[in-house]
Structures are given as structure tokens and as C-alpha cells.
Design a protein around this ligand. Structure first.
Ligand code: HEM
Length: 341
């Protein structure tokens, strides 16, 4: 027996590594069916870069903006780190949305995978929460105005929203509590939901392509090797963006004005807010998440092929077009004053 085989056997006896050779369909390696795996790679990059970034960031409101400026202008390594964290967040937001869209179009949420769609909606909410709290942390005008929206929605929700307002405790500033949410509460919930998501994927397997037999199977370890290639591409793209397009940070915020627009994932909601005000922002988000939760309860036919579910596919695409249109509108037109002024 070669040394390599000997080492493998010794490790396998103790760690049961060969249990990871269970079969998965070959189409799991395509980009469309790897978007969840690519999102996971992104979260790993975010956790590692976030832990390192936390060594340089100070969440005390009087010091937060300065500490981000010091990262951007000072320590070279930290500047690249911030770029990696920022760009990985943008890419993950996009891949999570595309992964959800793929699962919708291929009807992968249908029996017996309904629960995994619902866990997925929870994962989307946590991803959006991480993106939002991350925006606040840099504590420039954009971050500060995002926080003011957080507070306004907290007031709108009355007792239920108390945690989101500074009045919750006199001793710990809201920025510090949102930082704790960003580095502790939300990642903790994310890990719990991911454990459920992956357990159910292992139990049910990846769905077949709509209207096709499952086809050739590969060991899961071969799929992991394939994901390794996507990881290299992901890290490469994020590194290039971090170096060529480092994220900006504005000066410390000015209270009582409202002059910025939110980052791209929130632009369509911002358009609704421009018309209806802060309550529009809350209700549009609530309706959007309720619609997503309803998907497996209303599109219940056993058909996964899009041609056999024209009404639901049309409604899904219409929702996407409306959201993209609203986002474009908000991007092109000046924003209204909602909470400041
Ligand atoms: C937040 C991060 C998320 C991660 C890391 C993740 C990860 C994964 C992975 C690795 C798979 C295996 C197949 C694939 O990659 O496409 C998967 C499957 C699935 N995910 Fe996610 N997911 C996330 C969010 C979501 C969201 C937002 C939804 C929908 C609301 C969702 C619904 C599903 C469903 C229904 C499946 C089964 C798909 C099939 O069997 O073809 N996931 N997820």
C-alpha cells in the first residue's frame, strides 16, 4: 500500500471521510445548480475577512467613521480586506437572489422540498439584514441615514420595534447593538438556517432538471472539487475588484438632513418609500416576503417545467420586472426626504 493510501485509510477510519462520496447528479456542477454553493463560498470569504476587519474597526459612534477612514487610508492590508469584504457582500447578495430565482424557475421548491424554500426565505431575510447592518457600520452619511430608517421603522412598529430604537437601552449606543447583530446575532441565525438547509438537501437530494430524468451520478467529493474551481473564480473576481475599485467612505454624518440613496438591493423599496413614505418601505418589504413564503403553497401542481406553470412563471417574472423598474426609477430620480429634514 502506498503512503498516500495508508494516510487516507488511517484518516478515513477515524473521520469517516468516505461518507462524503455519496452520489449527486452531474448537473449539480452547472453554474445554475451551483449558485447556492457559490453563495456558501461567499459567506466563508465574508466570515474570514469580517473577523480580520473587526481587528481594525471601532463601533463607538464618535470613532466609527474615523476607524473606517484609517482602514481605507492607512494599513494597506486592511484596505484590501475591506475591499474583499465589500465586494464579496455585493456578489453574495446577487448569487443568493439568482439561486432563489433558479429554484423558482426550475420548480425545485415543489414537493418534497417546500420546507427548504421556506428556510431559504429566512436565509434571504438574514442576508438582507447583514447587508443592511453592514451599510450602517461605516457611519458616513449613507450609513447614518440607513440607521435613521431603522429607527423610524422601529417607531412605526411601536412596542415590537423597541429594540430597533436608541431608547431600548441608555448604556449601549444603537450603532454598537447593530454591530453586534452584524457580527454575532445574524451570522448565528445564518449558520442555524444553513444547517437546516443542507440537512434537507442531503435528505432529498438535488432536484432533477425539469422534465428530465436525474441522469448520470458523481460522488459528492467530485462536486466539492468542482465547487473549488468556482471558489477560485469567486476569490479572483473579488480580489481584482477590491484592488481596482476599493469601496469609498464619506465624511462623518450630519444629523437632520437626508441626501443619500440606499445601496442597490434596497433601491426598489426606496422608490415605494418616495411615494408613500416610511410606512410604504415597511409594508412593501412585508408584502414581498409574504409573497415569497406563499410560493410553495400556491404553485402546488407536480409540474416543474415552466411551460406547464405559465401563470406562476408570468407572475414571478412580472414581480421581477416591477422591482427592477422601481429600482431603475429610484436610481434615476432624486430621492424625497422621508425621515430627516
Ligand atoms: C443565503 C444563502 C443560501 C445558501 C448558502 C444556499 C445554499 C444552497 C445549496 C448549496 C443548495 C444545493 C443546490 C444549489 O446550489 O443550487 C441549495 C438548494 C436549495 N435552496 Fe438554497 N441557499 C441559500 C438561500 C436560498 C434561498 C434564498 C432560497 C429560496 C427562497 C433557497 C431555496 C433552495 C431550494 C428550494 C433548494 C433545493 C434546490 C434543488 O433541489 O434543486 N435557498 N441551497
Amino acid at each position: 500500500m502506498s503512503t498516500r493510501n495508508g494516510v487516507w485509510q488511517a484518516l478515513d477510519e477515524r473521520l469517516k471521510l468516505s461518507d462524503f462520496t455519496y452520489p449527486v447528479p452531474r448537473h449539480a456542477n452547472t453554474v445554475a445548480y451551483s449558485l447556492g454553493g457559490i453563495s456558501l463560498i461567499g459567506f466563508i470569504v465574508l466570515i474570514v475577512s469580517g473577523i480580520l476587519l473587526a481587528q481594525y474597526y471601532d463601533p463607538v459612534p464618535q470613532l466609527a467613521n474615523d476607524s473606517v477612514r484609517a482602514i481605507t487610508q492607512g494599513v494597506h492590508f486592511a484596505r484590501i480586506l475591506r475591499g474583499i469584504h465589500y465586494w464579496a457582500a455585493q456578489v453574495v447578495m446577487l448569487t443568493v437572489l439568482l439561486h432563489m430565482f433558479r429554484s423558482f424557475i426550475t420548480g425545485s421548491f415543489k414537493k418534497p422540498r417546500e420546507a427548504n424554500w421556506i428556510i431559504g426565505v429566512g436565509l434571504l431575510a438574514v442576508t438582507v439584514g447583514l447587508f443592511f447592518t453592514g451599510t450602517v457600520l461605516k457611519w458616513d452619511q449613507e450609513g447614518f441615514e440607513a440607521l435613521e430608517h431603522n429607527i423610524a421603522i422601529g417607531h412605526l412598529l411601536g412596542g415590537l420595534g423597541h429594540w430597533f430604537t436608541p431608547a431600548f437601552t441608555e448604556h449601549v449606543p444603537l450603532l454598537v447593538r447593530l454591530y453586534i447583530a452584524h457580527i454575532n446575532i445574524l451570522p448565528g441565525i445564518l449558520l442555524l438556517l444553513l444547517a437546516g438547509h443542507f440537512w434537507l438537501i442531503k435528505k432529498h437530494g438535488i432536484s432533477a432538471r425539469p422534465g428530465q430524468p436525474v441522469g448520470e451520478m458523481l460522488p459528492f467529493t467530485a462536486h466539492l472539487k468542482h465547487l473549488g474551481k468556482y471558489a477560485l473564480v469567486f476569490v479572483g473576481i473579488v480580489l481584482i475588484l477590491a484592488v481596482l475599485r476599493p469601496p469609498a467612505v464619506g465624511p462623518a454624518p450630519v444629523e437632520g438632513i437626508e441626501v443619500t440613496k440606499p445601496p442597490w438591493p434596497f433601491l426598489s423599496l426606496f422608490a415605494v418609500e418616495n411615494w408613500i413614505g416610511i410606512s410604504g418601505l415597511f409594508w412593501a418589504s412585508a408584502v414581498l416576503f409574504i409573497l415569497l413564503l406563499l410560493v410553495p403553497f400556491v404553485d402546488r401542481s407536480p409540474h416543474a417545467v415552466w411551460r406547464r406553470r405559465p401563470v406562476f412563471i408570468a407572475l414571478g417574472v412580472l414581480l421581477l420586472v416591477v422591482l427592477a423598474g422601481l429600482g431603475l426609477l429610484a436610481w434615476l430620480t432624486p430621492g424625497a426626504v422621508h425621515v430627516g429634514g
